[in-house]
Design a protein around this ligand. Sequence first.
Ligand code: ASP
Ligand code: MG
Length: 432
Amino acid sequence: MVTSAMSKVTDALIGAARLASTGQWDPALREELFERHKAVADVLVGDDAARHEAVLDALRQRLERFEKLCFGLSMVHELTPRLLDAISGTGEMLSAPLVAAAIASRGRTSQAVDATELIVTTDQHGGAEPLTDETRVKTTERLKPAIARGEIPVVTGFVAATADGVMTTLGRGGTDYSASIVGAALGADEVWIWTDVDGVMTANPSEVPEARTLAEISYSEASELAYYGAKVLHYKTILPAFRQRIPVRVLNSFNPGHPGTRVTVEGHPSAQGVKAVTSIRGVILVAISGTGMQGIPGIVAKTFDVVAAQQANVLMISQASSENNICFVLSAAEAPRVVAALRTALEFELMRGHIEEIEEQQVAIVAAVGDRMRGAPGIAATVFGALGEAGVNVIAISQGSSERNISLVVTERDAADAVRAIHRAFQLDKMS
Ligand code: ASP
Ligand code: MG
């Protein structure tokens, strides 16, 4: 079992680290964190004095480490990514002993295990990548004997360590990733991710009230959906499991009887081809256009060199075969610096009139996703027919040659209508 921090704890820890780096320290936080976790310990193991005291000891120890790190930080005034990792992983170090004690009080042997003993990563602090072979060796050595004895180890999610033992983290929301890494290292039958929703849905239910939970989707559908804003699964989460063909199940801790969504190699065949529709709001469409762009080589290369140099993530690209316009979509946070850099890099082309303008527009991407769109004729016709009927104007279109995804750029105002129209056209409310 792998556990995350309690809600908002990681944010509070990061906030405290930032504050400490300015020389300030809020002494109330340590007490607050202690009380919050103690309150849970009281409920879970309050009737077992020895166990309760052992948990409180573990909490005190870990909070002391946290306070010392922050204290050091407030002296040196420099928050390095390495130090931030050492601090931000405290939340998981607090919740693991709690969960282990709760399991133990119900009659199973259970022990909190620090993932720094299991998961070996690169030293990219704040978003480290696991080293598969090293992780497998350490994880099996440490956990297999305990599991063979029938014990339930409770592993801290989110945190890991380099080969030298320096603490790292796997990126925000990384606990699901940890679960998948540990599951893969152990060759588990299935990895279960307990979230707060019933699984992956055909659409965002706040946008489409009749959206349904999908019983089974493929890894590639899951990754398309994660990419296009269905925030249920961290996009990297399923990769370690996928490499070993281990199914991942998304379940709801608030509705544990629900079977959730299973992510498998095959996914569930679906007659209609489209399985889900998602949208990303508040993104920026950058369009570079000019009749003089035709046949001038290198504009596309230059453009994406700039994007890469700005380390911006492109959500979608489209170029018409007339070559008079290329457009791509960026996050609102990244767009301004990319556009500024583009104006500089393409100054010559702008001056010569090869490019007439570089425009930005706030838009939404709507994506229809499904493995079995591949080779199925008529899907695009249904999509565009539905949008036409709903009076939605499509600004740009892109379909990757994987044919697993048709992405459309529409105005933000039209996004909800577009999602609903596609959902209706493929009768996704009847999907299971
Ligand atoms: N506690 C970490 C975070 O808030 C990891 C997680 O919740 O999955 O990002
Ligand atoms: Mg979480």
